[in-house]
Design a protein around this ligand. Structure first.
Ligand code: IMP
Ligand code: MG
Length: 177
């Protein structure tokens, strides 16, 4: 285990099994449709690559980059750093997030995309920290509910580090204090 990790919260095996299950569920729910997965960079990239490979229906993909965080504290403000390159008017959009924390980012993003008149918008998140919610937003698909701890790995970072860890781990508090 990486020295800055206090404990492993979600193992590689658990990630694999759960992501597969959610992928199958999405495939069933969107049967006959061609949804567009909209990944929220950078945190989504590992989860999304595993998720779309367990989806068996036709789909397309696009990415957005937003920033709302610096270190472990939210700044409350959301900035669009990269917008979509596809037109989502009339499309079934599935936003792919790494973690739903305060919900400020996703709430902003959902309203921002709604203006473009998609047929539907749903949210799939790898992790949900419901105890931290400030905005009125929920995940339609959530793989894991997690406690209020700062987690890294499987795409999630602390100051751009640890995204490459194959598991989700709790960061040692001394690393960010
Ligand atoms: P929200 O706007 O507070 O919901 O923040 C969501 C974003 O904050 C996520 O997409 C992550 O990039 C980041 N974030 C929130 N909690 C954590 C965490 O425990 N570890 C790493 N990033 C986090
Ligand atoms: Mg982040």
């Amino acid at each position: 285990m990486e020295k800055d990790i206090e404990s492993i919260l979600i193992t590689e095996e658990d990630l694999k099994a759960k992501v597969r299950e959610i992928g199958a569920q999405i495939s069933a729910d969107y049967k006959g449709k061609t949804p567009i997965f909209v990944g929220v960079l950078k945190g989504c990239f590992v989860f999304m690559s595993d998720l779309v490979r367990s989806v068996s229906i036709n789909c397309s993909m696009d990415f957005m980059a937003v920033s709302s965080y610096s270190g472990t504290k939210t700044t409350g403000a959301v900035k669009i750093n990269k917008d979509l390159s596809e037109d989502i008017c009339g499309r079934d959009v599935i936003i792919v997030e790494d973690i739903l924390d305060s919900g400020v980012t996703l709430n902003y993003l959902k309203n921002y995309l709604m203006v473009r008149k998609p047929a539907s918008i749903k949210i799939v998140t790898l992790m949900d920290k419901p105890s931290r919610r400030k905005a009125d937003v929920y995940a339609d698909y959530s793989c894991f509910e997690v406690p209020d701890a700062f987690v890294v790995g499987y795409g999630l970072d602390y100051n751009e580090k640890y995204r490459n860890l194959p598991y989700v781990g709790i960061l040692k508090p001394e690393v960010y204090m």
